[in-house]
Design a protein around this ligand. Structure first.
Ligand code: COA
Length: 226
């Protein structure tokens, strides 16, 4: 393929990579249920959160489905003979994304859910996520400005530790660079030590600033850094 076409393919995440144990390919609408499932099964500090939630779609409703529905061209999946077992999803401009969610995504969910009680401390994981849907917290402005893009990367245990997360990340970053992205961040649960080790090994640095500390550790990477 000529260089210009390779670059165009990367910028649109059109490449298909077939390994002997899995395939990396662009997201398709029929993958959506897998994304809900993957978000749930990797949603408790990187481990299975199924036992924590009564509503099994809440995690995906926040962390994967909006990307798949609103910006599917920025989503890649990894699939094997059991189906889709991982994804990477994200956006180039976090501030614009959060405004888009407020316009096009949260209202749909708010219509389907019972609002959380006013001034109540979220007493369960379900309530905490519902609270996030009704009153989403914005990414700290200094992080969204210095590291505008962000992403989510989740792989089921059967496909972890085989280099797939690293491959997905490399392809996503290559595409993002092609679109002009200069820096990106991730938000990691502080208890998710495996993921923190993964991001560190891919040159993401801790962006610690908040006081008092929240559950989220922000990590960022400038794309000029190899
Ligand atoms: C973190 C994650 C995306 C990494 O993807 P992966 O395909 O397993 O990663 P790779 O095989 O490319 O690289 C693995 C390396 O990352 C680091 N790493 C990943 N998971 C780790 C863990 N649980 N404990 C320690 N190191 C880990 C190690 O350096 C590891 O090298 P090793 O396999 O030689 O030990 C994947 O494990 C995952 O989806 N976890 C659950 C969901 C999650 O936590 N997502 C990130 C949320 S911010």
């Amino acid at each position: 393929m000529p260089t210009c076409c390779v670059l165009q393919s990367l910028a649109r995440l059109q490449l298909i990579l077939m390994l002997n144990y899995a395939t990396i390919r662009p997201y398709r609408s029929e993958d959506l249920e897998f994304l809900y499932e993957i978000s749930l099964r990797t949603g408790h500090m990187g481990g299975d959160a199924s036992h924590l939630y009564r509503d099994k779609r809440l995690m995906g409703s926040i962390y994967s489905a909006p990307y798949a529905v609103l910006e599917p061209e920025f989503v890649l999946v990894v699939a094997d003979e059991q189906g889709v077992g991982g994804f990477i999803a994200g956006t180039d401009d976090t501030n614009a994304w959060e405004e888009r969610l407020e316009r096009d995504w949260w209202p749909i969910l708010r219509n389907q859910l019972t609002p959380p009680p006013l001034h109540a401390v979220a007493a369960s994981p379900d309530l905490r996520r519902i609270e996030m849907i009704f009153h989403p917290r914005r990414t700290p402005s200094h992080i969204a400005e210095a590291f505008p893009a962000h992403l989510h990367l989740n792989i089921l245990p059967r496909l972890q530790h085989q280099g797939l997360g690293s491959r997905l990340l490399k392809i996503w970053i290559g595409a993002a660079s092609g679109r002009g992205v200069k820096a990106l961040h991730v938000g990691v649960n502080r208890g998710n030590t495996g993921a923190i080790a993964f991001w560190r090994s891919h040159n993401f640095k801790e962006l610690e600033t908040e006081s008092p500390k929240t559950r989220t550790l922000w990590m960022g990477r400038k794309l000029s850094v190899a």
